[in-house]
Design a protein around this ligand. Structure first.
Ligand SMILES: [Fe+2]
Length: 328
């Protein structure tokens, strides 16, 4: 028991908690509880001061009193949760009232948890411990996801002609998925799939990516590896798991003549079928190293012709045409 407490305390030395309360004795009590567990503690007695402390050195967690003169706890919370660099800091609101209304307001402001006065030391410490754990997990996830998205952007920039391609296909595919009332999982799959579908092009030489004119058979064999390479890169990352079928199968065709797996018809999930259609549409309607841009109408004429050949889902092409042509 003793050794586990000590190891907790050792870990806590790395965490800084900001306590914000305008009432001196409350501040001192919380500070004492936290220091006794090995946390580093910063204090602030009003909202403005709290924001200054966070700006100077962001803490790992904030205990925030609601009722304070001037800027109150809700406003501080809303501000911090609205900024990209502070949104992951967990905020525990301190309330003297047990009113439901207060809690709802705090949830609306983005608070992660509440504690009520008078404080119970064990309860305060348990909340702090569990929220810090969640924060560190979120940070790891955020970092891993950011790295993989940044990598996808970097790979896109190797191609002189596909500027903003991944952003466009993400948007097109989300518009199409939403218009079909697909699930949140499918929408997540097409959005992240749009961002990541060509990440496997990392294995391709710039000279192949930017080659004007036709690829040789050997070069095309290399290009055909990119969905599988992308799948393998993203596979360990749980937060992009729904996008994996999109990454792997965005070059499949319904008649089984696509790559890398030669899947057919219903074997292809809807998110992958959507990506196949919008990816080809974007390739047709933008300038590439090997061709000029076609106007949208011509892009859809070609897509319809290819759907009739059995390559793409004809219903998806029709629906996409309806929503896209309204916007051009
Ligand atoms: Fe691709």
């Amino acid at each position: 028991m003793l050794s586990s407490n000590n190891s907790n305390k050792d870990q806590n030395h790395n965490s800084t908690i900001l306590v914000v309360d305008d009432v001196g004795p409350n501040l001192e009590l919380l500070e004492a509880h936290l220091i006794s567990e090995g946390y580093r503690v910063e204090t602030a007695t009003n909202g403005k001061q709290a924001l200054e402390v966070v700006e100077k050195s962001p803490p790992d967690l904030i205990l925030l009193d609601i009722q304070m003169p001037g800027m109150d706890g809700y406003q501080v919370c809303e501000k911090l949760k609205g900024e990209d660099h502070t949104r992951l800091i967990p905020i525990v609101m301190i309330t003297a009232l047990r009113e439901l209304e207060d809690k709802i307001k705090a949830i609306d402001a983005g608070a992660d948890d509440f504690i009520s006065k008078p404080f119970n030391k064990l309860e305060v410490l348990a909340r702090v411990r569990s929220l810090l754990k969640v924060k560190y997990l979120n940070e790891q996830l955020d970092t891993a996801e950011n790295v993989i998205f940044a990598l996808a952007q970097a790979i896109e920039s190797k191609d002189k002609y596909t500027e903003n391609h991944i952003e466009r296909v993400s948007q097109y595919s989300m518009e199409l998925a939403r218009s079909l009332d697909l699930s949140a999982t499918d929408i997540d799959a097409v959005y992240k799939g749009g961002q990541l579908h060509d990440i496997g092009k990392i294995v391709l030489d710039d000279s192949i990516i930017n080659k004007p004119g036709r690829l040789t058979r050997e070069e095309f064999e290399l290009v055909k590896q990119h969905p599988l390479v992308g799948y393998k890169i993203c596979h360990p990352l749980k937060s992009v798991r729904y996008a994996l079928p999109v990454i792997r199968w965005h070059h499949e065709k319904l008649d089984g003549s696509g790559y890398p797996d030669g899947l057919k018809g219903d074997e292809l999930p809807i998110a992958a079928r959507i990506m196949a259609v919008v990816d080809v549409y974007d390739a047709l309607t933008t300038k590439r190293s090997y061709k000029e841009a076609f106007p949208p109408q011509e892009g859809f004429r070609i897509l319809e012709e290819e759907a009739a050949k059995g390559w793409w889902d004809g219903d998806l092409v029709r629906r996409f045409k309806e929503i896209r042509l309204k916007k051009v």
